[in-house]
Design a protein around this ligand. Structure first.
Ligand SMILES: CC(C)(COP(=O)(O)OP(=O)(O)OC[C@H]1O[C@@H](n2cnc3c(N)ncnc32)[C@H](O)[C@@H]1OP(=O)(O)O)[C@@H](O)C(=O)NCCC(=O)NCCS
Length: 392
């Protein structure tokens, strides 16, 4: 696979498959040179625990490609494929992630060549749609995908992040019961209640629920039988076994809070106030997925499930998990608005500018392309998004 931007031979760019033995060390340098900040103040480093493919390994089919100039690695991209329900049809979608080009080789077409090669690989595996997620303020990424490659924005979910209180558990309301579902039971609940209301529902949900990173699925209900119509469910995914995060530059307010809490630590404990987790050393997080609520009083149930997950995170693995993260569809109607309200989160770590873009890979002519785009814009309004934990 080859592209070119200059006259000289050594300026040729070669796109090839990632070779773990040959590329691992150089790839780390590429990643380091491209570290992405969430906003002006927060810079998050990802430690893949020695496995650059860890973020895609759990999907049924995946690949990683690198861009090489001379003998130097100058860029990389990952892709994964899975079956989902999209607009009442079973389709194959290809997720584009981890696109990186080292700063001194940018604006020479390498990023777009990498994406095009990945799209070709998707097409060769019968993929119907390619999609990717970025942040609203990532001009380079949006310029490339939307401006140059014809992707359209179809969802703007919010990522809600809350620190785990390392000093103790949250007390759950006594009128609420919580029960763990067996994998088979959870899969059938998801198919029955969640699949008809969401877009991108994974057809291999059983496989996700059986994955060793999926700790379980819980349902919350009112013990009083008058409120039997209200219930909520969610599943928990433990990312800390796959990769760790570390905050490089933190918001000033968090730095100040940490300092004050360290200073007052003993008194805070005495007053039974929460202490703050140390986010400056590598940490993992719990990702809550498949959050679903039904009935008029379900907000309190979602909160109880969140608290249950938080307490598990606080006691898990010697405190390795320091955040609880949920991604909710900010535009998906009342249900999701209430999710936004009832899931506790810290604004300084959360982000409401996640942007999902999609592109049909199989339209034969202009008319079929137009109808695909109409479908995608309809789906963005009518249904909320099922965020697959394997995409995190
Ligand atoms: C995004 C990134 C991969 C782009 O790589 P690249 O090799 O510079 O991209 P290309 O040269 O193929 O750019 C193609 C087009 O994308 C758009 N584009 C690229 N960088 C841009 C920028 N900084 N601002 C606005 N548009 C930009 C332009 O339309 C460009 O065409 P042009 O150069 O003819 O104007 C690179 O900037 C990068 O690694 N950024 C950090 C990591 C990142 O944000 N990854 C994306 C995560 S989804």
């Amino acid at each position: 696979m080859m592209g070119q931007w200059g006259e000289e031979d050594d300026e040729k760019v070669v796109i090839r498959c990632y070779d773990d033995r040959r590329d691992r060390i150089e790839l780390e340098c590429v990643e380091k040179s491209c570290e992405i900040g969430h906003n002006d103040q927060t810079l998050i480093f990802t430690d893949t625990l020695g496995d650059p493919i860890c973020r895609i390994r759990n999907t049924p089919l995946f690949t990683m490609m690198v861009a090489e100039v001379g003998n130097k690695l100058v860029g990389s991209i990952k892709g994964s494929v899975k079956p989902v329900e999209f607009h009442d049809k079973l389709v194959k979608v290809g997720y584009v992630l981890g696109l990186r080009v080292v700063p001194w080789y940018r604006r020479r077409g390498i990023g777009s060549t990498l994406v095009r090669k990945l799209e070709e690989w998707f097409v060769s595996h019968n993929v119907d749609y390619a999609y990717m997620a970025t942040q609203k303020d990532n001009d380079a990424s949006l310029g490339l995908f939307v401006g140059t490659l014809g992707y359209v924005v179809f969802k703007n979910p919010s990522i809600l992040v809350n620190p785990v209180n390392p000093s103790g558990g949250l007390k759950l309301p006594s009128d609420i019961g919580i029960r763990k579902l067996k994998v088979k039971e959870a899969a059938s609940w998801y198919r029955r209640y969640v699949a008809p209301k969401t877009e991108f529902f994974p057809d291999d949900i059983d496989r996700i629920l059986r994955n060793k990173l999926s700790i379980g699925t819980w349902v919350a209900y009112y013990k009083n039988s008058d409120n039997i119509r209200s219930w909520a469910m969610l599943s928990v995914w433990n990312t800390s076994k796959v990769f760790k995060l570390q905050i490089g530059k933190s918001p000033l307010s968090y730095l100040l809070l940490t300092k004050v809490c360290n200073f007052l630590g003993r008194f805070l404990q005495f007053l039974r106030l929460s202490s703050l987790p140390d986010l400056f050393t590598p940490f993992g997080f719990y990702f809550l997925y498949g959050v679903h609520a039904e009935g008029p009083l379900s907000g309190k149930l979602v909160r109880a499930l969140y608290e249950h997950a938080h307490n598990m995170a606080a006691s898990d693995d010697g405190g390795a998990c320091k955040l609880v993260v949920v991604e909710v569809d900010g535009e998906g109607g009342e249900d999701d608005e209430s999710l936004l309200k009832c899931i506790p989160h810290w604004k300084m770590f959360s982000c409401d500018d996640d942007t999902w873009c999609i592109k049909p890979l199989k339209c034969e002519d202009e008319m079929s392309c137009l109808s695909e785009f109409t479908k995608m814009s309809l789906s963005s309004k009518s249904r909320s998004l099922f965020v697959d934990p394997r995409d995190v």
